[in-house]
Design a protein around this ligand. Structure first.
Ligand code: AR6
Length: 180
């Protein structure tokens, strides 16, 4: 008996605002509180409306009383966004003295697992931890691309990295082309 080949996921790059994407899942670069913040998180709640925050509050009152741990992911409604779900994940804060790469990889892996369980085909990611959390863009891009190529499974068909500015886009483009 032969083992079926894993379906290759298509990785695409887009420059822009992740909250403007039409996909099944928009991944939010959240914090442990799940109650909002700046950057992607602020934009997701602003544009997605109060339904998302209400769902996050429910998660805090039930499964995540102490907050969502770093490296983990959880789904809610996408509210008014043009998506079916928002998957919230908590990236690690960059540290010069401590290697937290595995936690950053875990964000991508756990978000993809959550997306696949929901039945998502298309998933949009921001460059997690590379904003307010201070992760260097080149290293963040390497971890993101490597983890997505290794971990994305059916029914996920397309993973779209949505990069806010030209520099982030260029860095991801270079890392992606290095993977052939
Ligand atoms: N669309 C796409 N990318 C964006 C957008 C957007 N609308 N806004 C920012 N970026 P960040 P983090 C880029 O700070 O570093 C929040 O307060 C940004 O340029 O959103 O994981 C949370 O509540 C950067 O490259 O997330 C946490 O407290 C990348 O997205 C904390 O920030 C991630 O930047 C999380 O920090």
């Amino acid at each position: 008996m032969s083992t079926p080949e894993p379906e290759a996921v298509t990785v695409t790059l887009v420059r822009g605002d992740i909250t403007r994407q039409s996909v099944d899942v928009i991944v939010n670069a959240a914090n442990s509180s799940l109650l909002g913040g700046g950057g992607v998180d602020g934009a997701v709640h602003r544009r997605g409306g109060p339904e998302i925050l209400a769902a996050c509050r429910e998660l805090r009152a039930s499964r995540y009383g102490k907050g969502l741990p770093t490296g983990r992911a959880v789904a809610t409604t996408a509210g008014r966004l043009d998506a079916r779900w928002v998957v919230h994940t908590v990236g690690p804060v960059w540290s010069r003295g401590e290697d937290r790469s595995e936690l950053l990889a875990s964000c991508y892996r756990e978000s993809l697992r959550e997306a696949a369980e929901l039945g998502a085909r298309t998933v949009a990611f921001p460059a997690i931890s590379t904003g307010i959390y201070g992760w260097p863009m080149d290293d963040g891009a390497r971890i993101a691309v490597r983890t997505v190529l290794a971990e994305a499974v059916a029914p996920v068909e397309e993973v779209r990295f949505v990069l806010f500015d030209a520099r982030a886009y260029a860095v991801f483009e270079e890392v992606l082309s290095a993977h052939g």
